[in-house]
Design a protein around this ligand. Sequence first.
Ligand code: ZN
Length: 222
Amino acid sequence: MKKLIEGIVEFRRKSQVGYREAFGRLATGQAPDTLFIACSDSRVVPNTFASTNPGDLFVLRNVGNLIPPCDKHGHSISDESEGAAIEYSVLNLKVSDIIVCGHSECAAMRALVGDRNTVQMPNLKSWLRHGDPAVDRLRSGVVLDFSLSEHNQLSQLNVLLQIEHVKSYPAVKKRIEEGSLAVHGWWFDIAKADVYAYEDAFKKFVLIDEEEAERIMQRAEK
Ligand code: ZN
């Protein structure tokens, strides 16, 4: 925590004045256009790799970027935190995009492909079940990128699974049908500090460089 405290003092000394106007504006309300769903992993840093500012992203983070799907009544089958964040951002903030962002070397994905019985943490062990269908897909031979290690292959399949779970919520379904909401899959490669976006046409994650960025922007304008 020492680094955090020193950081606050440093922020007050060097940067606070510059941010005052922006935070003054934000104090009256937020209008982020994106719900960003990511893993709690300390190395996944959207503010850094996507150059975002305060007020840009409504963020939901948990272990493994897992979203429990909802039942036929629209209630989460597990923890309500994820459903609540989805409902609030989609219905109240009216975000136009939801991004599910997985990452390489995810400990949750390693645990999912490993022996679950060795996980000595009861809550974590139970929580991981929301990624099980992705493990089933991997075991049945579904792979998006053969160059990746097994847990990273799973991590990519897990992003696609969690997109399906996000889309199970009535609020999301309705906004997608209206054409006012899109759900995307991203994947952060920690070692390279590269971000990839899932391209349905190619059935794989594609590096977000200038060319891919253009493709994404053109699609968004349609
Ligand atoms: Zn992770």
